[in-house]
Ligand binder design. Sequence first.
Ligand code: PEP
Length: 257
Amino acid sequence: MSSRTPIMAGNWKMNLNHLEAIAHVQKLAFALSDQDYDGVDVAVLPPFTDLRSVQTLVDGDKLKITYGAQDISAHDSGAYTGEVGGPMLAKLKCSYAVVGHSERRQYHHEDDALCNAKVKAAFKHGLTPILCVGEGLDVRKAGNHVAHTLAQLDGALADVPAADAETLVIAYEPVWAIGTGEVATPEDAQEVCHAIRGRLGELYDTELADKVRIQYGGSVKSGNVGAIMAQPDVDGALIGGASLDVDEFVKIVRFRD
Ligand code: PEP
């Protein structure tokens, strides 16, 4: 039985303005307040513009909900128009920063070297990176999904020291399953999450590999989360679309029911 605490993180993507975020988090906090979800870490990942509002709610209410950003600049500050740096996110008391989401890799051409710099930036400022890796449909069809995903992992973790890496969260997200309604089978998720843990053992050691939490992401819903979470190397989920529906997200958090 794994000693890793499951982590359910809602990636809102580019949805909910700061007022909607307040309503959403209040509803979520209320829904979770009379629910038993002890032993599960719950995080929301709103757009940058919502973080201050979410911080205020979480600070004030001592909610057990944590929050983080959907991206982080590789730079601390300076002439990088449009970017948001680690010191700013740390000041907002973010716990997490997503790095290398497939939508950033696809639409903003983020490569493994940039993900590596962002992982390091997150750690430098006390944030836990949620590092996203995963293959597209063509790679899956060619049977190269494990090798492709492990290469992304190698690139993103180059020169990341063990003391940092052991606190990492990794999200295995097959791109063909994100926002498509296509969900990988629990066995598909387990195959790659197991391979990721194996690679962490090679890059570092098995003790560290055992500590790292690996999420599955891709059309997770209340109806499929139980089977996915039953896999020994899956420690949580990164949830996009379904995280915008509070009732559905709460059911996912309570996957043990
Ligand atoms: C995501 O945004 O990381 C994601 C997995 O989205 P969805 O759950 O909508 O597939």
